[in-house]
Ligand binder design. Structure first.
Ligand code: ASP
Length: 370
């Protein structure tokens, strides 16, 4: 009994201080990283992080890479910011009205897939064979159910296909022609492959091919991994959300990397690498050089550090992106939300298109490092 009274009085003092602390909290994305705790009479330490949670929240990315202000026209910058805002507001409204995190993730990603600005859906990059091959995945943190598709060429919104694989098939991942057929059978929107043609992406492919031809040893590996061009290849989209029922979800959709060949599949459709969600820890969507994200199992690794080592989301994301991924030679980043609605955008590139909205409706949009 004494213990309960003591605990209640500490909780009361803590919540009284909470409002005041918020005034000094300039970065909503990174607050409450140092989870407050109290020590009971018997020495037991109890975290008070529930007290500082967002009841719901949403975070998105539109790709990471060498995104430098000096290379960006004011018009392009405005266009990206507007589209990020439009996309995240769709998910925010769903969450605010009591919708599921899965729906918020899907509908938010749809907006970015329909925009030529991002490397997903309409704006997908070209393969070496001058086709567009899409990868996507989604995961439900409540059930640990997941769905993914790889290498599709006719599905307008690949994230819808990933969700259909999760909900309407006994499988987790479908690929190629079979995945396109399943999408058609499910009544998803099918388009002619040339729907995905954009001049900008086509020119990027030609530029890389020209460079490849001038490589002395004509080593395709050199061209694919060339440090000058590799960063211009990114632009995947992703989203993580926490709904009012405490359910986390994450999803990712991409055209992959420019000049990919031989049916290359990146991290985006791989559960644990490109996407992961678990109600006990966090929801994560990755973007960057996919081969490294697969080798590092980046999204799951962040969740595992939280689950097994008790790290906060921020600590786990920093460890995986700034230490493990960087030491491996990989570039890119993640967006993530923990079970208390704390949001993190962590990347080791010059920039990452990103946006967050918390349950107070506070919007934050970022492109460059600072
Ligand atoms: N991760 C994606 C891939 O490797 C590319 C990206 O994030 O832009 O396919």
């Amino acid at each position: 009994m004494k213990k309960i009274i003591f605990l209640l009085s500490v909780l009361f003092i803590f919540s009284a201080c909470k409002e005041e602390n918020k005034l000094f909290d300039s970065n909503p994305q990174e607050r409450h990283d140092d989870v407050p705790t109290i020590k009971l009479e018997d020495g037991q330490i109890i975290p008070l992080n529930k007290e500082t949670s967002n009841a719901f929240s949403i975070i998105i990315h539109g790709g990471a890479g060498t995104i430098l202000k000096k290379n960006m026209s004011p018009e392009m910058e405005t266009a990206y910011k507007q589209k990020l805002e439009e996309a995240i507001r769709v998910g925010y409204e769903i969450l605010k009205n009591g919708g599921t995190s899965l729906d918020a993730v899907t509908k938010t990603i749809n907006v970015m897939e329909d925009s030529p600005l991002f490397n997903a859906g309409k704006g997908a990059v070209f393969t070496h064979e001058e086709t567009n091959e899409h990868d996507a995945s989604i995961m439900d943190g409540k059930t640990l159910n997941a769905g993914a598709s790889a290498g599709t060429t006719t599905v307008k919104n690949p994230i819808d296909l990933a969700k259909a694989v999760m909900e309407k098939s006994p499988h987790v991942m479908l690929s190629g022609k079979g995945a396109d057929t399943f999408a058609k059978e499910q009544g998803l929107q099918i388009v002619e492959p040339n729907y995905f043609y954009t001049e900008r992406r086509y020119k990027s492919l030609q530029k890389i091919k020209d460079k490849e031809q001038t490589e002395l040893d004509h080593d395709t590996k050199v061209s694919f991994y060339d440090s000058d061009i590799k960063n211009s290849k990114f632009g995947t989209v992703g989203c993580a959300a926490l709904d009012k029922n405490g359910n986390l979800a994450a999803g990712t959709s991409t055209g992959g990397m420019t000049n990919k060949r031989w049916g290359r599949i990146g991290d985006s459709p791989i559960i644990g690498a490109g996407t992961y969600a678990n109600n006990n820890t966090c929801a994560v969507s990755s973007t960057g050089w996919g081969e490294y994200f697969i080798r590092g199992m980046v999204a799951y690794d962040i969740s595992a550090l939280m689950e097994y080592k008790n790290l906060s989301l921020k600590q786990a994301a920093q460890e995986v992106i700034q230490n493990k991924l960087t030491n491996l030679g990989g570039t890119g980043g993640i967006v993530a939300i923990d079970k208390n609605g704390n949001m993190v955008a962590e990347f080791n590139t010059a920039g990452m298109y990103r946006a967050t909205i918390n349950d107070k409706g506070e919007l934050s949009i970022g492109i460059y490092k600072n």
